[in-house]
Write a protein that binds this ligand. Sequence first.
Ligand code: ZN
Length: 485
Amino acid sequence: MVFRPIAVLCAAVLGAVACEAEPQPSAPDRAAVDLIVGGEWVVTMDPGSPVVEEGAIAIRGERIVAVGPADEIDAAYEARERLAGEGRVLMPGLVNTHGHAAMTILRGIADDRDLITWLQEYIFPAEVRFVDEEYVRIGTELACAEMIRGGTTTFVDMYYFPDAVAQVVEQCGMRALIAPTVIDRKSPDADNAEEGLAQARAFIGRWKGKHPRITPILGPHAVYSLSPEQLDSVAEAARELDVPMSIHLSESRFEIETMMAKHQQSPIAFLDDRGFFDSPVIGAHGVYPTNDDIGILAQRGVGIAHCPSSNMKISSGIAPIAALLEAGIHVGFGTDGAASNNDLDMFEEIRLGAFLQKVATMEPTALPALTVLEMATAGGARAIGLGDEIGTLRVGARADVIQLDLTDLHFAPIYDVISHLIYVADEQDVINVIVEGRVLMRNRELLTIDVERVKAQAQSLAQRINAELGGNAAGSPDETDDADN
Ligand SMILES: [Zn+2]
């Protein structure tokens, strides 16, 4: 626990953001801000003072303008709204570094299968048949509702019809990196990779630099689902358009064996030789990097999205996260799509990610709680290139913050709040969510998404899919036509 006097924090003011150095106690002299958010424990993710007890932050517009003890913040600032901190943790919003939001519509459609069978026999055919713009809008909205409720404020998406994704993000208030998928097969929104890339270029033209919360990027699906020439074309487009890429990378044994058989190289070495990492890249999974691969990822600044639930559920394997972090690689957590997870609960990824490294290394000291929390916030932000903007509570950062209610009985008693956030907390404990200074959830009520409408739309879409697949979406002939599946 470290108290930082407000004057010290003001010395760290970044850019043009103002911060009053000598707070005056009398109300008329207090500086106007939009929002003050308190926290019995303010978890800043600032390495110098990870936890401020009885703290608060002040938010003006889209940014944090002060962080410090609550009494000093209240003395210095007059806010239009104040969210109380008693019994609550205030911390940076969670960063979901890899997912396919609209796949919520396929949640539970085909479980208990390996990645390639699952993709090629179930997911890709179902997507080509059913995914259209309306589907993506409903599925993304459902995902955003689930993510906001669970404390996720930023997500990286890779899917189809990216304009529909962007419109949902614009409306619901989250922050997102949005990648149109480029893949060498007929997809829901393109006949082939060339058409997919042309559309992705047009999408980037429409959104790049146009919206403070939306970053359009490129989404080459994987090394095994694109030819070397197609991968080169996407990488060339990324350099030319100056955008990052998100790619499934070193995810499964199938991917490694395919690349070794075809090119006698690991996927990571293969891409590095082609200059793929000249642009910022978010590699999803990173389950099978060799020691040389880890050197490449570190040297090239490739961010890794660790998706423990998906890796476990499809038996992809266990990513060597402790070794990746040791090498200085930026690693965040991702949920992957809801069809391979099957939920978007980042607190579950955090907890499973910690446990998985401990059992994989047989070292209970692997990935201690604060390291894991760092991955879910500041580390994830760095992995996706937003480390200067989000992921910590500090003056000048964008105001993407969440509050958790620690009064539930599963938190009692409280010795160490960081420990509780990793080993106890779940998504239901999140009570308030703020992105870019705007409250998206207040007292567990979602303010920007009509949840009942979205649930009903998703259910009616699922009923249509189930009916068209013969009342048996998952492919088992014994199941009955049950609309509640
Ligand atoms: Zn994925």
